[in-house]
Ligand binder design. Structure first.
Ligand code: PEP
Ligand code: MG
Length: 592
C-alpha cells in the first residue's frame, strides 16, 4: 500500500496508539488555550460584545453552581466551599471593568479582551510568593477557560459525550477521564496533538478499541470540522479528503485485518504455551467492571491490572465503599477462579479527579500521586481497601500498590490493610484473610531495593510505562521526546533483569503489566528475562498468545542474554522486532 499522498488528499502523520481504521467527518474539539486574535470591532458593536460577556458570565455561574451542588452532596459543604472562590471571580469588578475598558477604548473584540486581562491576572497571581495566592491563579485559570468557552460557544470536554453525528474527533489533547467517557457509537476514532503511546489516554483508547493517533502536529489548525477523513490507527495517518484509490487500498487492509482477527479468535480457549511446553500466564488490564466480558472474550486468564482510578474519574463524586465493592466483586465473581489483581488508587500524574481538589503541580508525575496520595488521604484509601477485601470473598482477588518508592510506604499500606481486616472481622463481614498482596515496580529506587520489598509481598508487577519514564527521565506524555522513550534501552533491560532476579531469589512471581507486555516485539525479550506473567489490554491478548505459541523459550533466553550485554537500544529493538516478525509475520500485515 502506498503511503504518499494521492492528488487532492492531505496526510498528517502522528504516533499510532490504537489499531484500527475508521472513516467519517471530522469534529475539531476547540483548544481552551488558543490565543484569540483581535479582529477589532466597530463603535456600534460595543454594546453587543458586552452583552455577550454578560451572557457568558451567567452561563458560567450556572455551570459552577451545578458542580458546587454535586460536590456538596457528595463531600459536604467544606469541600464545596472551594467553588466560592470561583464564583467570586465572576463578580470581580476590577476584572470586568478592565475588560470593558479594552472593548470601549481599544475596540478589542470581547473574547480577545477577556483573554488578555485574564492571562495578566493569572500571571500576576502565579508569580506571588504565597501559596494561597498562587492557588488562586489555578482558580482564575479554570474559571477563565470556562468563560472563554462560553463566549466562543465552544464545547467543554464533557460535551464530547453529546456528539450527534458519528465523527473522528481531533483535539489538542484529551484527558484520560474524558476519553473514558467517550460515546463509542459517536466517536469513530480520535487524534490528538499531544500524548504518547503510554499516556493513559492512549491506553484507554486501546481498551475501548477506538482507533487513535497522538502527536498529530498542529492538527487542530490544519483540519476543519466537517471535512471527510480516514484515520489509520495502525500506522498513525490522518488522511483528509481521501481519494477513491486510498479508500480502496484501505478497504483491502481492513479485510486483511479482519481475517487475521478471525484466525486469532480460534485461540481464545487455548493456553499461552511455548513450543517446548512452557506455560505463560497471560492476563488482561481492565479499567471498569464491564471489562470483565472483554477479558473472557479475548481469552485472557484473569486480570493482571485493574486500574481502579476510572471508578473515580468517571463521576463527579467519590465512589462509596459499597459502589467500589460492587465493581470489584463483579469482576472477581465473573472471572473466578482466575486471579484479579486490583491496584489501589493511582490518582495524579495525568489522571486528575476534579472533585478531589488536587492542587496543580509543576511536576505531577513526580508529585502527589498514587500511594503517596492514599497514605495521606487515608479516609479514601481505607474505603478502597475495605472494598477490595470484601470482594476477596467472592473470587480470586489480589491487591497491589502502585508507585512504591521505598519500604516504608509498603509497610504503612500493609499496616492499614491489617487494620481494615480487623474492622471487617469485628463487623462480621467476610473476606479472604490470606489475600495476596503485591507491589508494582515502576520506580528505579524500588528496583534497587527489590530484594527487600520482595520479603514483604507475594508478587511483583512491573509497570514499565512508569519505570521507563522515571529511569530515562523522559515524560511519558511528551510527544517531543517520544523518540527517547526507549523500552529496549540497555538500562531498562538491566533494570527488568534485576527486578525479575530479585523476585525469583525470594521465591515470588513477577509479572509485567506496562504497555511493553502488549507489544509483540517485546514479548520474547520479557519472557527470556524470566517474567512469569504478562498483562495487557484485552484486545491485544490474542496476538500476544499467538506469538507465545510460536516461540521457543530457549530462543527467548538467548535473546535476553545477548540483550543484557548489548550497548545499543536500537540494536536490541531491531533484533527483537526481527524475531517477532519471523515468528508471526501475519501480525505485521497492517503495518506499512
Ligand atoms: C505502568 O506504569 O506501567 C503501569 C502499568 O501503570 P500506569 O500505566 O497506570 O501508570
Ligand atoms: Mg504506572
Amino acid at each position: 500500500m502506498s503511503v504518499p499522498e494521492h492528488k487532492g488528499e492531505r496526510i498528517i502523520r502522528g504516533i499510532p496508539v490504537s489499531g484500527g481504521v475508521c472513516r467519517g467527518r471530522v469534529f475539531v474539539h476547540g483548544k481552551a488555550r488558543d490565543a484569540i486574535s483581535n479582529q477589532g470591532i466597530t463603535e456600534g458593536e460595543i454594546s453587543g460584545e458586552l452583552v455577550r460577556l454578560e451572557n457568558a458570565l451567567i452561563a458560567t455561574r450556572h455551570e459552577i453552581s451545578e458542580v458546587q451542588r454535586q460536590v456538596r452532596e457528595a463531600m459536604g459543604a467544606e469541600h464545596a466551599g472551594i467553588f466560592d472562590a470561583h464564583l467570586l471571580v465572576l463578580e470581580d469588578p476590577t476584572l470586568i471593568d478592565e475588560v470593558s475598558r479594552l472593548v470601549h477604548n481599544e475596540h478589542f473584540n470581547i473574547a480577545h479582551a477577556f483573554q488578555h486581562v485574564a492571562d495578566k491576572y493569572v500571571a500576576t497571581l502565579a508569580a506571588i510568593e504565597d501559596n494561597y495566592l498562587r492557588e488562586r491563579a489555578a482558580d482564575m485559570r479554570d474559571v477563565a477557560a470556562r468563560i472563554l468557552n462560553n463566549l466562543l460557544g465552544r464545547s467543554n470536554e464533557s460535551e464530547l459525550r453529546h456528539l450527534r453525528v458519528p465523527s473522528i474527533v481531533i483535539s489538542e489533547d484529551l484527558s484520560p477521564s474524558g476519553t473514558a467517557l467517550l460515546d463509542k457509537t459517536m466517536v469513530l476514532g480520535f487524534g490528538t496533538e499531544m500524548g504518547s503511546r503510554t499516556s493513559h489516554t492512549a491506553i484507554m483508547a486501546r481498551s475501548l478499541k477506538i482507533p487513535a493517533i497522538v502527536g498529530l502536529k498542529d492538527a487542530v489548525h490544519q483540519v476543519q470540522s466537517g471535512e471527510e477523513a480516514l484515520l489509520d490507527g495502525f500506522n498513525g495517518y490522518l488522511i483528509i479528503n481521501p481519494t477513491d484509490q486510498t479508500l480502496f487500498e484501505y478497504g483491502q487492509l481492513v479485510r486483511k485485518q479482519q481475517s487475521v482477527e478471525e484466525g486469532l479468535r480460534e485461540l481464545r480457549d487455548k493456553p499461552a504455551i511455548t513450543l517446548e511446553g512452557s506455560r505463560i500466564i497471560l492476563s488482561a488490564n481492565v479499567e471498569q467492571a464491564a471489562d470483565a466480558v472483554a477479558v473472557q472474550e479475548f481469552g485472557a486468564e484473569g486480570v493482571g491490572l485493574f486500574r481502579t482510578e476510572y471508578l473515580f474519574l468517571s463521576k463527579q463524586t467519590l465512589p462509596s465503599e459499597e459502589e467500589q465493592y460492587q465493581a470489584y466483586r463483579q469482576v472477581a465473581a465473573t472471572l473466578n477462579p482466575q486471579p484479579v489483581l486490583i491496584r489501589t488508587l493511582d490518582i495524579g500524574g495525568d489522571k486528575f479527579v476534579s472533585h478531589l481538589q488536587i492542587p496543580q503541580e509543576m511536576n505531577p508525575f513526580l508529585g502527589w500521586r498514587a500511594i503517596r496520595f492514599c497514605l495521606e488521604r487515608r479516609d479514601i484509601f481505607r474505603h478502597q481497601l475495605r472494598a477490595v477485601l470484601r470482594a476477596s470473598a467472592d473470587g480470586n482477588v489480589k491487591l497491589m500498590y502502585p508507585m512504591v518508592s521505598g519500604l516504608n510506604e509498603l509497610l504503612q499500606a500493609n499496616e492499614l490493610v491489617e487494620q481494615c481486616k480487623s474492622e471487617l472481622s469485628s463487623e462480621g463481614i467476610p473476606f479472604n484473610n490470606s489475600i495476596e498482596i503485591g507491589v508494582m515496580i515502576e520506580i528505579p529506587s524500588a528496583v534497587m531495593i527489590a530484594n527487600t520489598l520482595a520479603k514483604h509481598v507475594k508478587f511483583f508487577s512491573i509497570g514499565t510505562n512508569d519505570l521507563i519514564q522515571y529511569s530515562l527521565a523522559v515524560d511519558r506524555l511528551n510527544d517531543k521526546i517520544a523518540h527517547l522513550y526507549e523500552p529496549t534501552h540497555p538500562a531498562i533491560v538491566n533494570l527488568l533483569k534485576m527486578t525479575i532476579d530479585a523476585a525469583h531469589r525470594n521465591g515470588i512471581w513477577v509479572g509485567v503489566c506496562g504497555e511493553m507486555a502488549g507489544d509483540v516485539s517485546m514479548v520474547p525479550l520479557l519472557l527470556g528475562l524470566g517474567a512469569d506473567e504478562l498483562s495487557t489490554s484485552p484486545s491485544l491478548v490474542p496476538e500476544i498468545k499467538f506469538l507465545i505459541r510460536r516461540m521457543k523459550l530457549s530462543e527467548a533466553k538467548d535473546l535476553a542474554d545477548w540483550a543484557l550485554t548489548c550497548e545499543s537500544g536500537s540494536e536490541i529493538y531491531e533484533r527483537c522486532n526481527g524475531i517477532a516478525r519471523r515468528l508471526a509475520p501475519t501480525l505485521f500485515e497492517t503495518q506499512k
